[in-house]
Design a protein around this ligand. Structure first.
Ligand code: 5GP
Ligand code: ZN
Length: 111
């Protein structure tokens, strides 16, 4: 997608703080972090929302989030993986992305 922000970040047309990348996904730090660790994991292929997400890609994003959580020292402390889908959930970028949040105590229910 030519005018998709996260396609541009994944393609390095827009700079970001990349944490790790593979042929299938890119993980980079959120520009407006909501926790000491706030990483976004995106598939390289454009998928708009969770409603369009296939099981293999969903699993891949979770595995990536788990792996980066471990690297960031969060595996035992705890962390949150979030997928916001569409307007009421607060999705603002319509290229599916897994939020990895950690490094502080999280509240429930989320806002
Ligand atoms: P959503 O609300 O769609 O689930 O999350 C979108 C996330 O993308 C937000 O947390 C926002 O801070 C982040 N974001 C928006 N624009 C950029 C950007 O240009 N670079 C980076 N690294 N993150 C961004
Ligand atoms: Zn995209």
């Amino acid at each position: 997608m030519n005018d998709c922000l996260f396609c541009k970040i994944a393609g390095k047309k827009i700079p970001s703080m990349i944490v790790r990348e593979t042929d299938e996904w890119v993980a980079f730090r959120d520009i407006n972090p909501q926790a000491p660790t706030h990483v976004l994991v995106v598939p390289r292929k454009h998928v708009a929302t969770v409603n369009d997400l296939d099981p293999a890609t969903a699993g891949m994003l979770v595995e990536a989030g788990k792996s980066i959580a471990r690297e960031e020292g969060l595996a035992e402390r705890g962390y949150r993986l979030v997928l916001n889908c569409n307007a009421e959930a607060g999705q603002t970028v319509f290229h599916v992305h897994l939020h990895l949040l950690g490094g502080r105590t999280m509240k429930w229910p989320p806002g």
